[in-house]
Design a protein around this ligand. Structure first.
Ligand code: ADP
Ligand code: MG
Length: 199
């Protein structure tokens, strides 16, 4: 179980997160919502161990954790399928499997293209395919469907939902519908932290 306790983060003297607590049970799903710049990505980075908080503790993060950040982080010198294949065997034997994952994000035709040849939204989907292919215990998604049109977003929500059995999910989103479709408990930003609000 992932547990964040008393998380405080300031940047250049400006307080972003203050005494922020979050518990994510095994298989649990939580969506962080709040205005741009409120600290959603910061809290995700703290949860991932990529940002050291000024105070507070993070415990129980599973070893198999995958993340999709707001900016796709693909290796520029690897093709789309090779980027996905990185988390499989990173050799030719699993390339068909990597292509299958690209198919799930509707990018089979882009398998041989390099990140620079893909739009930002396509790179985001390659990142999503890579994260899912890793079969993580904890999946962290930072506004993953933002660059998609409505119809594609609906299909990706279905696909991700199908892949989530037994996976803990921590996501940031501006869409309550997205959060609900993925079965997330919604935590909203207020005064430096994220809280559950009654419906
Ligand atoms: P959100 O994801 O909710 O839009 P962020 O967590 O990205 O918000 O940012 C929260 C605040 O912290 C913003 O004011 C942002 O400018 C600031 N911030 C985030 N990362 C850094 C950083 N590495 N250095 C300085 N300020 C940062
Ligand atoms: Mg953000």
């Amino acid at each position: 179980m992932l547990e964040l306790k008393g998380i405080c983060v300031s940047f250049d003297g400006k307080e972003v997160l203050r005494d922020c607590n979050l518990t994510l049970p095994e298989g649990g799903r939580v969506a962080l919502m709040g205005p741009s710049g409120c600290g959603k990505s910061t809290l995700l980075r703290v949860a991932l161990g990529l940002q050291k908080p000024d105070a507070g503790t993070v415990s129980g993060r599973p070893g198999r954790t995958a993340a999709v950040f707001q900016e796709p982080r693909l290796l520029p010198w690897r093709t789309a399928e090779e980027n996905v294949n990185l988390v499989l065997s990173d050799n030719a034997s699993t390339l068909p499997n990597a292509r299958k994952w690209l198919g799930r994000v509707e990018l089979e035709e882009a398998a041989g293209l390099y990140p620079a040849e893909l739009s930002g939204g396509m790179q985001q989907r390659v990142s999503l395919a890579r994260a899912l292919a890793f079969r993580p215990e904890l999946l962290v998604l930072d506004e993953p469907f933002k660059a998609m049109d409505d119809a594609l977003c609906q299909r990706m929500l279905c696909m991700v939902g199908e892949q989530l059995a037994g996976v803990s999910l921590l996501m940031a989103t501006h869409s309550e519908e997205e959060a609900r479709r993925l079965g997330c408990r919604i935590l909203r930003y207020r005064d430096g932290a994220f809280f559950e609000t009654g419906d």
